[in-house]
Write a protein of this length. Structure first.
Length: 156
């Protein structure tokens, strides 16, 4: 198992460090804004953004393992277990043992889960629109392109 080398810190002369200008801080603030818009716009007040993304990922894959959901959603294993349990408690998904591997669990959406996705998608599209805010079409393309490039960088 090879260990990635530690990145060399960039020394920027005498520039001061302003946390409010750092990429992580800005991404977190943008995400917090997005989640707040989601919670306000989605009619089902018990449905979180993570739960909706999970439902959509399970629908897309039809029947999948917890690891498949983690890969599709980028939600960590510990968190996804709680999300799946809450969706299961609401009868939006079913979890059953894999007939080929009893140690593995398979997750699939129920008719109620599929109906909730169909009801929520129009609102989710509005959430995306509101999250973009006043960005013009070129800025929207640019930010999506750059965010995808950043997420691809973690795969290298």
């Amino acid at each position: 198992m090879s260990k990635k080398p530690s990145p060399t810190p960039v020394v920027a002369g005498s520039e001061e460090y302003h946390f409010s200008e750092q990429i992580g801080h800005l991404l977190r603030r943008a995400y917090q804004r997005h989640v707040a818009i989601f919670q306000e716009a989605i009619p089902d007040s018990d449905l979180t953004a993570a739960q909706f993304v999970t439902l959509c990922a399970v629908k897309e894959q039809q029947s999948c393992s917890l690891n498949d959901i983690v890969k599709a959603t980028a939600i960590d294993q510990a968190t996804i277990r709680g999300v799946v349990e809450r969706l299961k408690a609401r009868s939006l998904i079913v979890v059953s043992p894999d007939p080929l591997d009893g140690r593995k669990l398979l997750v699939r959406t129920t008719p109620e889960g599929l109906a909730l996705i169909d009801q929520t998608v129009p609102f989710a599209k509005q959430v995306s629109e509101q999250t973009f805010g006043g960005l013009n079409p070129a800025e929207r393309v640019a930010i999506v392109y750059l965010l995808r490039a950043m997420t691809r960088a973690e795969d290298n």
